[in-house]
Design a protein around this ligand. Structure first.
Ligand SMILES: Cc1cc2nc3c(=O)[nH]c(=O)nc-3n(C[C@H](O)[C@H](O)[C@H](O)COP(=O)(O)OP(=O)(O)OC[C@H]3O[C@@H](n4cnc5c(N)ncnc54)[C@H](O)[C@@H]3O)c2cc1C
Length: 480
């Protein structure tokens, strides 16, 4: 495929780019390019073959913001597409250079910059970190002050904070605080423009949502500022219920109990508990499981709710001290599917949102009506001020036509479905893209070098023919 940039073969452009990068670390070595062009899309049976082989032509690893600026300026001069890379843990192919060009690794831009305090009382109200900072390192830095991040992905031990903001959407803490997109959950972003003379722009307030979850298409995040929450002594609970209906009732009840301080409520129908070897033996065969993280002062209330719903707490420990060797949250959210796929690599799901009204009834209805398809896993979360949950039956991938059929069935059952089976933003359906996003794109990326293949170009339309599903996506109360 002869790729041209302004009429010049791309290979020539890349050679001149290399020369201009000088001392900034870069590589065009094939193996390196292949490794750094992959994220976790290999987990996805529909994307596995489709995205394999889409590699960058150059890998660049700036050491700091000045080097990042110089590399971005050089790419802008030569009109070379850019894909920014954090830890590469995105699951939808967000981190794949879909149209070649440069992968710029920002993991060296790491470190907590500081926190804004409350009038000298050394109480952090927000914490600010460079984009490549590992999410768990932010918590490690501020926890001695008694505070922590409000929410984090289940990949917190590896994911960068910039990658989380650009590629993720919610996680551990979302059953209490809502999703990243909810007003107030991202305080500010510093964003670098992609131009011959890159600028750093501070984005605050609801404007952050034009950059958040844009898969790196709307500017390069260089710093992230997030609000904090009290760092309680968290306890991990593995709870079993004879029937999934009881697990669902408990999950909804505990989340509706606003006085109970919780971080994770993650119900799994039988036989899903068996797919977690790390938890094996804790849940009797045939029973449903709910994984919970709760603050120490709320444990008694959770015990009451468990009893009231006919369940039993099978295991309890301090956060991170479980016999299973990893934090309990590494069995929840995106990690759940990872564990299921160790049992059967073809297992998949859809990202269905359940209506807040009659939430319990809706979960139980899907559990029963879709029993032929597979066992249900959902994550409880708040969104737009209401309680909901996200997830679907877990089933074996057959074909895109089958996924489309399941999508229609779930929508017919009253759920809003987003698709984790495409890197194209509009087709995924989690991120609204309106005039505001388009005008940010114009300002931050005037040459359209970021996120090629994820918006509305020829590569994206090509990908759509193999990945689009009839999903209508999610909608939000506040659209911009
Ligand atoms: C097992 C597993 C569990 C997961 N659990 C969760 C979860 O609980 N919640 C959740 O929200 N997500 C989850 N995810 C997906 C999630 O996107 C990532 O885990 C993580 O937050 C991304 O961080 P990263 O550093 O790996 O980013 P990457 O994968 O490197 O990048 C993600 C996206 O952001 C872009 N990007 C990266 N850095 C920047 C930057 N500085 N500026 C602009 N764009 C940038 C990339 O181009 C890419 O499009 C999970 C993924 C896996 C594999």
């Amino acid at each position: 495929m002869p790729v041209l940039v302004d009429g010049e073969p791309r290979a020539g452009v890349i050679a001149r780019l290399c020369a201009e990068l000088g001392a900034i670390a870069h590589s065009t070595e094939t193996r390196r390019l292949r490794t750094k062009s992959r994220d976790r899309f290999l987990q996805n049976p529909m994307l596995r073959d489709l995205l394999r082989g889409r590699n960058a032509e150059i890998f660049i690893a700036p050491r700091d913001k000045a080097e990042l600026g110089a590399a971005v300026a050089a790419c802008a001069r030569h009109r070379v597409p850019i894909t920014v890379r954090g830890a590469g843990s995105g699951q939808f192919g967000q981190g794949v250079p879909l149209n070649g060009g440069a992968v710029i690794d920002v993991t060296a831009l790491a470190g907590v910059i500081g926190w804004h305090g409350d009038r000298g009382r050394r109480v952090p109200t927000t914490v600010r970190a460079l984009t490549g900072t590992v999410v768990a390192d932010i918590d490690a830095a501020i926890r001695p002050s008694g505070w922590e991040l409000r929410m984090h992905p289940s990949t917190a031990q590896k994911a960068t904070v910039g990658g989380y903001i650009a590629g993720g959407h919610a996680g551990v803490g979302s059953c209490q605080w809502g999703i990243l997109r909810d007003t107030g959950n991202i305080t500010a972003l510093e964003v670098m423009t992609v131009e011959e003379h890159p600028r750093l722009i501070e984005v605050r307030g609801r404007d952050v949502n034009s950059v958040h979850h844009a898969y790196g298409a709307n500017g390069i995040i260089t710093e992230v500022e997030l609000p904090v929450a009290p760092a309680w002594e968290w306890h991990e609970l593995v709870i079993s219920f004879p029937e999934f209906e009881q697990a669902a009732r408990f999950s909804v009840d505990v989340c509706h109990s606003d006085g109970v301080l919780k971080k994770v409520v993650s119900p799994h129908a039988h036989p899903l508990p068996r797919y977690f070897p790390g938890l094996s033996g804790l849940v009797p065969d045939g029973e449903a499981m709910v994984l919970v993280m709760v603050a120490v002062q709320s444990v008694t209330d959770v015990e009451d709710l468990v009893r009231a719903n006919g369940g039993r707490i099978r295991y309890r420990c301090l956060e991170g001290k479980g016999a299973y060797g990893v934090p309990l949250y590494e069995f929840t959210w995106g990690h759940s599917l990872l564990h299921y796929q160790r049992h059967d690599e073809n297992l998949v799901g859809l990202m269905a949102l359940y209506p807040s009204e009659n939430l319990y009834e809706s979960i139980v209805r899907v559990h029963r009506e879709f029993a032929d398809l597979g066992p249900l896993h959902v994550e409880m979360k708040r969104i737009d001020g209401g309680l909901t949950c996200q997830g679907s039956p877990v089933f074996a991938f057959q074909s895109r036509a089958h996924l489309a059929e399941v999508t229609e069935r779930l929508q017919g059952a009253g759920l809003s479905v987003a698709s984790p089976h495409t890197p194209v933003l509009g087709a995924g359906g989690m991120k609204p893209w309106g005039p505001k996003e388009a005008s940010f794109k114009q300002e931050f990326d005037p040459y359209g070098l970021l996120g090629q293949g994820k918006l509305d170009d020829a590569v994206a339309s090509d990908l759509l023919t193999s990945t689009a599903l009839p999903n209508k996506g999610w909608s939000y109360r506040l659209t911009s």
